[in-house]
Design a protein around this ligand. Structure first.
Ligand SMILES: [Zn+2]
Length: 485
């Protein structure tokens, strides 16, 4: 699919026309077309309200116009345009058309087009009966009247590339566990590293992890057939920074819950538990292609939390890479175990300027703020501001939860330094963060993003976010690295 600039209307088969409620159309259209649109407005078949779309047919049978509602003028914002972009794409899903052209104000082109591209995603790798003529838009033309062509061209390339990275993450998250194993995540990291001479890859396998004392990652993965890995992607380009910004992703390829086995309803989609790792891979893929200046470290802690003769037990005590011991009170709280070693390894060998961990850490993330908002904790207001400012461009939603000293104190263990699960403490999103806080070096700015709710959707709520793997919050992280670098 290609996104191109056009200076005249009528090149494509379908003209997409976003319309504000009770708004006017300023485009130079034929009298007949204008009449048709006016008829739709007069009959109120289409009013321009949010979530409305209407296809109008021209005299020429191959030419069509898709009207897309934006809602009231006074409520217009970037999210309205994003929602409308997704609605437009969804309305075309059953239509055979190879080309579309979009006529709209440039100010909101970014969210509209991004959502239009994102809504086209389908995980149909395993489907053999797809109608290839449908869902197959080849060319998207952006009608441009005023903007500097070079700027617009660059913008379109950036949007297209970002959406490709989102689809790359979605594909990995949707892939069955058998396909996206820890060793496959290593292979993906290798592919990303091969894209750029600015990336160095280092992989610690199960043997190395044991030898070096990364026992938390080692222990979680020892019952899985591909073992555990710590993957390190070090990216450096045009920067004098001595310390990297460290992005750490949880990569549990399948989470059975271990001997604290998950109930039947909760286990089905647990191949999603590597979404944090996939997000880090997506981010470094973007860095490799786009050469964003900066020094960034991607750390992926990957393992399968399987059941087998080697599975770790409740009440086992593990000595983590930091030297701190942890008693296992819940084998399903494995994410924080693999992450704590990843954080400690990153501290010791790279002394990061900040740590951002991205993890499907707790089912409680959904309970805390719902499926569309990523709850997070942080010890640093500057980093928090940067995250929220990055999110303004992407319309990803975040909500900060508190993390107090008493939360961290509550992670103290009875027979070991720490416990990985504190049954008597509600607020499990915070308790996941509280456990990790024990491993963050003093004064290192830190963001903990619990993406258990937002990286996967059971039902479609926003028009441009599909069911299954969503790719969220990759777009925001891409904006964030630009602010950090
Ligand atoms: Zn778990």
């Amino acid at each position: 699919m290609k996104v191109k600039i056009s200076n005249k209307i009528g090149i494509a088969e379908i003209l997409i026309l976003p319309i504000i409620k009770n708004g006017h159309i300023h485009l130079n259209l034929s009298k007949n077309t204008k009449n048709q649109i006016n008829n739709a407005l007069q009959t109120k078949d289409f009013t321009g309200d949010e979530d409305e779309t209407l296809m109008i047919y021209d005299e020429n049978p191959s030419k069509r116009i898709l009207l897309v509602g934006l809602g009231n003028k006074k409520d217009l914002n970037s999210l309205n345009y994003r929602q409308a972009g997704g609605n437009a794409r969804n309305a075309l899903k059953k239509i055979k058309a190879a080309s579309v052209e979009i006529a709209m104000e440039q100010k909101y082109l970014w969210p509209f087009l991004e959502a239009f591209l994102l809504a086209g995603y389908k995980f149909n790798k395993y489907k053999t009966d797809i109608d290839k003529d449908k869902h197959n838009i080849q060319d998207i033309y952006i009608l441009n009247e005023s903007k500097d062509l070079k700027d617009l061209q660059q913008e379109l390339e950036e949007i297209t590339q970002n959406c490709q990275m989102m689809d790359y993450v979605r594909d990995m998250v949707n892939a069955p566990a058998e396909e996206m194993s820890p060793s496959e995540l290593v292979a993906q990291a290798q592919k990303v590293a091969n894209l750029s001479t600015n990336i160095k890859l280092k992989v610690l396998d199960q043997k190395k992890l044991k030898k070096l004392g990364l026992n938390a990652i080692y222990t979680v993965g020892k019952s899985g057939k591909s073992g555990s890995y710590l993957i390190l992607l070090e990216y450096k380009y045009q920067t004098k920074n001595k310390n990297p910004y460290s992005f750490i992703g949880k990569g549990i390829s399948f989470d059975t819950g271990g001997l604290h086995l998950k109930p039947r309803d909760n286990i089905s989609d647990m191949h999603l538990d590597m979404a944090g790792a996939a997000t880090v891979l997506g981010l470094f893929h973007k860095l490799a292609l786009n050469k964003i200046p900066g020094y960034f470290l991607g750390v992926i802690a990957t393992a399968e939390n399987a059941i087998g003769p080697d599975a770790y037990h409740p009440n086992d005590i593990i000595k983590t890479y930091s030297g701190k011991t942890v008693e296992i009170k819940n084998t399903d709280a494995e994410g924080r175990l693999v992450l704590c070693d990843a954080i400690s390894y990153s501290n010791k060998h790279y002394k990061p300027a900040c740590i951002i961990d991205i993890a499907t850490l707790t089912g409680a993330a959904t309970v805390s703020v719902g499926d569309e908002i990523t709850p997070f904790t942080s010890n640093n207001s500057d980093l928090t501001k940067k995250l929220l400012s990055a999110a303004k461009k992407t319309d990803d939603l975040f909500w900060q939860l508190p993390l107090e000293k008493f939360h961290i104190k509550a992670t103290k263990g009875k027979n070991a330094d720490l416990t990985n699960f504190t049954k008597h403490m509600p607020g499990q999103v915070i308790m996941g963060a509280a456990f990790l806080a024990n491993f963050i070096a003093d004064n290192t700015p830190w963001l903990h993003l619990d993406i258990a709710s937002t990286s996967w959707q059971d039902r479609k709520i926003l028009s441009y976010i599909p069911e299954g793997g969503t790719g969220v919050p990759l777009l925001t992280l891409i904006e964030l690295v630009k602010k950090l670098g």
